[in-house]
Design a protein around this ligand. Structure first.
Ligand SMILES: [Zn+2]
Length: 251
């Protein structure tokens, strides 16, 4: 069975918290302190070691910061998908239109056909805009059914949930560690692949001040799995399951 683990590649300072949301690109780059690059290279190292190609949903801003790293991801045979320019939460369509404008160079260079919305917030109206910009699929909703649906001309490839629990989220890799394999096996047994994701900042934990902040954790204690170092669990999955880029589901 082939599964579809993907990487949401973004700065740890991207989650849409008041601390980060108003930072200018160069302020965020300074705060990130090279972590997005370091974590991307570490993920590439692990994937090369296990001869595995995945989809990377990349924030367009990353191409402005480290174009060589995004080039390297593409050159090593991984699929480049799009995760907005600056991890904007798409509460209305004009946010997506502006984001796409800001990512012009990134989009022209890689022509991504896959999209994932930050925080998986997406409305059907957004799909029409994605179609107009050459996208062919979106993977931003959760579903128990591994069933692809065409909405507004875009194929929706759901992230896996199981008994309505969004187990395809990187949260569950943090929560369960290597035991997440039991979920993958149970889902594969039903005849369905797992469509899942993990963040680069979960595979390589940033040092010092980071997301989730201590203040955020006090208010949202259920976020603790996002503090867990997932490098071992990530490598375990890559070593023990077969994965391919999500675009393969279009064939
Ligand atoms: Zn994200």
């Amino acid at each position: 069975m082939i599964n579809y683990l993907s990487i949401d590649l973004e700065s740890w300072a991207s989650p849409n918290l008041p601390e980060f949301i108003n930072l200018k690109s160069r302020e965020k780059k300074k705060l990130d302190n090279g972590h997005i690059k370091k974590s991307a290279l570490e993920i590439l190292r692990i994937l090369k070691k296990h001869n595995t190609k995945l989809t990377f949903f990349v924030v367009g801003q990353m191409y402005e910061w480290y174009p060589d790293v995004v080039d390297k991801i593409a050159q090593e045979g991984h699929e480049i998908g799009y995760h907005t320019h600056d991890h904007e939460v798409l509460t209305n369509t004009s946010i997506l239109t502006k984001s796409i404008k800001k990512s012009k160079k990134f989009l022209q260079r890689y022509n991504p056909i896959g999209f994932r919305a930050p925080r998986t917030v997406l409305k059907p109206n957004h799909l029409k805009i994605l179609k107009d910009h050459g996208f062919r699929y979106d993977s931003s909703i959760y579903s128990d059914e591994h069933e692809k649906k065409k909405i507004n001309g875009i194929l929706e490839i759901p992230i896996t949930s199981f008994a309505k629990v969004p187990v395809g989220s990187g949260y569950f890799i943090g929560f369960l560690g290597k035991h997440v394999k039991l979920l993958y096996k149970a889902i594969n047994k039903t005849g369905s692949p797992v469509v899942s994701y993990i963040h680069n900042w979960q595979v390589l934990r940033p040092k010092g001040y980071t997301f989730p902040t201590k203040k955020y954790l006090l208010m949202n204690p259920h976020y603790w799995p996002y503090m867990v170092d997932c490098q071992g669990a990530f490598e375990y999955l890559v070593e023990n399951f077969r994965f391919k880029p999500i675009k393969n589901l279009l064939q």
